[in-house]
Design a protein around this ligand. Structure first.
Ligand SMILES: Nc1nc2c(ncn2[C@@H]2O[C@H](COP(=O)(O)OP(=O)(O)OP(=O)(O)O)[C@@H](O)[C@H]2O)c(=O)[nH]1
Ligand SMILES: [Mg+2]
Length: 718
């Protein structure tokens, strides 16, 4: 296969709502580029891109696919992303390493939920975007409405480069405003003919061409001068202006197609070649240390792994983009994450599951390799002395959690292994083994995402597992001061055990002043703090220990034993067995025995006194509270707000942003376990949300009673 130079490469990501025609269009591009001799179809389950069994079952893309085609010596690397929102990870990783995103519109439906969501991700990643209005052959197609909606929702940068003459079932003609030609599709031969624009379309074409020229000129001062002088631009000048506009995200050119008929594809490929940036013209990537790394084949060698997949007969395949330099077969590189040496013994370029070997690959190009020892997704490999680290891909936070367990205990280990494989292929699955909850928790993008994982366990890995409700990591604390003492004494045969501890416990927050006096149940206690220790608890919060012993009634050497006793109780709160936090303990009195006292006695006395005091100190269960940010179309706001009320949410603010209402709230984790599904059904899938942990807060009284009761029942069962 030919070795392409950086300037001969275009990297594009196909994004857009599910069903908008990305995979079908990718198939057309492969056909036009001579990569395949027959076009497969989604319904026939034989496209190059949707080659996985799960994609045949679901009738759409699940993972991104890496494809490539060619037009007149230019290689187009295509990342065909899944459109379903639950598989957003594929779109995000694809956009992260390509230079232009191509947003597909289904012209029957205009701007759909997935269109908006993908558009927002492109916006977040500052990715240049071009638009394809597809499905123009459909009887319900409405091109004008689609474009009006695009302008309204995506902004005034949306500008036509083409328009369809007769959208609908008769669709067979497109007018191109750069070429000023009409392209006509012949149903019999499936060929496209280039014709002069008919008189009936001339006026409209001229008008739209002027709009395009103005939009192109706006992005370049020199072009603006030319435009003022000549009142027009040449084709090359137009392309130059369009490229500048695309790069600064001021212009989002629209082209037309019927992917199903393979009409429009070839001309769009020409546009991709002539007007979209090659990797060296796109924004220069920066490392985590803010070093700009030019996409240049003469530079130091580095590559970034953006995707992994497990392929039949091949094992783990690592997909990468060459960030700089030229990588040859047999190249030795260093993984900057773990400093391990990796040999890229084979390089290939792929079209779905088919592969072609190449001997070398230049900066900006996309390739794959196998048999790396310890390289995973988002790792950077670079030549010795370069040690670049490119930033990790910013995936959306998870939105849905469930716990999983193998039906047979002996499969637990295998389950972990398979889940890690799935996570490697789709990093938006996040696995967490919680020792606290004793549950394996999977965080995903939604219910469908989770069910797809289950599908893989059932059908690919053949392992039986079930989802169970994920537990919540509650915490316990106290709300007032209390006092308790305990004497541990044991006399059995030879030496005995003796330890007596008196303590006061109280709620603690950072900055609280040293204790000096307490009034508990009408009794005054004066304490004199000799020594304070603050323990940061690994589950969050603190335990503060004040040694207020006077007159040496307990030797200082027994204090660590008392702390040990407290710590054991902190790990197993008396209400629900959850971790306790934010408590200050002042040990102010006690007794020793010259012969029988030992560490174990003081540990037990400390623990027992603490337990007693805890129960008298207004104990409270705390629950994790999350910050929730929802983006919702204005017309669904009311429904979303009333649903939030039923979920104990506290609204923090509301604002409008890019045609959306943004609601910010604090909400208990227990109320959002399945929020992705609920929000989707309230809004017809038109809203999205993000969550992140905020703090712990007390649960309401009735819930506290319920939790205590449930815990007691669980204890009884055990
Ligand atoms: N009539 C018509 N049907 C189309 C066109 N493009 C795609 N389709 C059909 O629409 C359906 C979805 O097409 P896909 O290519 O799978 O769409 P996609 O954007 O890849 O979908 P996801 O992978 O789920 O995101 C298939 O049945 C296609 O045959 C088109 O231009 N016209
Ligand atoms: Mg697809």
């Amino acid at each position: 296969m030919k070795i392409y130079q950086t300037g001969e490469i275009r990297n594009i990501a196909l994004i857009g709502n599910a069903g908008s025609g990305k995979t079908t269009f990718a198939e057309d591009m492969l056909f036009e580029g001579g990569k395949i001799t027959r076009r497969g179809a989604i319904d026939s389950k034989n496209t190059v891109s949707d080659y996985r069994l799960v994609e045949h079952e679901q009738g759409g893309s699940v993972f991104s696919s890496v494809l490539n085609t060619e037009l007149n010596g230019v290689k187009i690397n295509i990342l065909d992303a899944p459109g379903a929102i639950d598989f957003i990870g594929g779109a995000v990783s694809s956009m992260s390493i390509t230079d232009t995103a191509i947003l597909f519109l289904n012209s029957q439906n205009g701007i759909e939920v997935g269109t908006e969501i993908h558009w927002r991700q492109a916006d977040r990643l500052k990715k240049p975007v071009m638009i394809i209005a597809n499905h123009l052959d459909h009887d319900k197609t409405n091109f004008d409405k689609t474009i009006d909606e695009a302008k309204e929702k995506l902004g005034k940068g949306v500008v036509l480069v083409q328009y369809p003459v007769n959208p609908g079932t008769e669709f067979n003609a497109i007018i191109d405003l750069i070429m000023m030609k009409m392209y006509k599709w012949d149903e019999k031969s499936e060929k496209v003919e280039e014709l002069e624009i008919p008189d009936s379309e001339k006026e409209k074409a001229e008008e739209l061409r002027n709009t395009l020229i103005e939009a192109a000129a706006e992005n370049d001062e020199k072009l603006m001068e030319v435009f003022f002088e000549k009142e027009t631009l040449t084709q090359d000048e137009m392309r130059k202006g369009i490229l500048a506009g695309i790069l600064n995200r001021g212009l989002f050119p629209v082209m037309c197609s019927s992917a199903k008929k393979n009409f429009g594809t070839k001309r769009i490929m020409e546009f991709i070649k002539n007007a979209l940036p090659s990797p060296d013209k796109a924004a220069t990537p920066v490392t985590v240390e803010n070093q700009e790394i030019k996409c240049d084949s003469t530079g130091k060698k580095s590559l970034f792994v953006f995707k992994m997949s497990v392929e039949e007969h091949l094992g783990e395949v690592v997909f990468f983009k060459v960030m700089s330099g030229k990588i040859s077969e047999g190249e030795d590189l260093i993984n900057s994450k773990n400093s391990s040496k990796e040999r890229v013994s084979q390089i290939f370029v792929s079209n779905g599951k088919t592969r072609e070997n190449v001997t070398e690959i230049n900066a900006g190009d996309i390739g794959a390799t196998v048999k790396l020892k310890s390289t995973k997704g988002e790792n950077t490999l670079s030549e010795k002395g370069a040690e670049y680290v490119f930033p990790k891909i910013k995936y959306p936070n998870p939105k849905y959690r469930a716990a999983i367990k193998a039906l047979s205990e002996s499969d637990e280990e295998k389950l972990g292994e398979y889940l890690h494989k799935m996570r490697d292929e789709d990093p938006t699955y996040i696995l967490e083994y919680s020792t606290e909850l004793r549950q394996l928790i999977i965080h995903s993008q939604g219910e469908h995402h989770l069910n797809t994982l289950k599908w893989h366990l059932d059908n690919i890995f053949k392992l039986q597992a079930e989802f169970i409700a994920p537990k919540i990591a509650y915490r316990e604390t106290i709300t007032k001061c209390s006092q308790a003492d305990y004497r541990h004494r044991k006399q059995s045969g030879g030496s005995g055990q003796f330890g007596e501890v008196h303590m006061i416990i109280e709620p603690f927050e950072d900055g609280k002043v040293k204790p000096s006096a307490f009034k508990i149940d009408g009794k005054e206690y004066v304490v004199n703090v000799r020594d304070t220790q603050e323990f940061e608890l690994k589950w969050g919060g603190k335990l503060v220990f004040c040694n207020c012993i006077v007159g040496g009634v307990i030797e200082a050497s027994y204090m660590p034993a008392i702390v040990k006793g407290l710590m054991e109780k902190m790990e197993f709160g008396p209400l629900t067995g959850s971790y306790a936090r934010d408590i200050r303990v002042s040990v102010y009195d006690g007794k020793m025995h010259s012969v029988d006292s030992n560490e174990i006695s003081f540990k037990l006395a400390g623990a027992k006194a603490f337990s007693d005091a805890f129960k008298k100190a207004g104990p409270k269960i705390l629950e994790p509270i999350y910050n929730l940010e929802i983006m919702v179309p204005g017309d669904r706001m009311g429904d979303v707000m009333s649903d939030l009320q039923g979920r104990r949410a506290i609204i923090q603010g509301m604002s409008s942003e890019k045609g959306f209402e943004v609601v910010k709230a604090k909400i208990p984790l227990a109320e959002i376990t399945k929020y992705a599904t609920a929000l989707s059904s309230i809004t017809g899938g038109r809203a999205t949300f993000e969550t992140e942990f905020s703090e712990y807060a007390p649960v309401p009284g009735d819930l506290q009673d319920k939790l205590i009761k449930a815990h007691a029942e669980e204890e009884d069962e055990e």
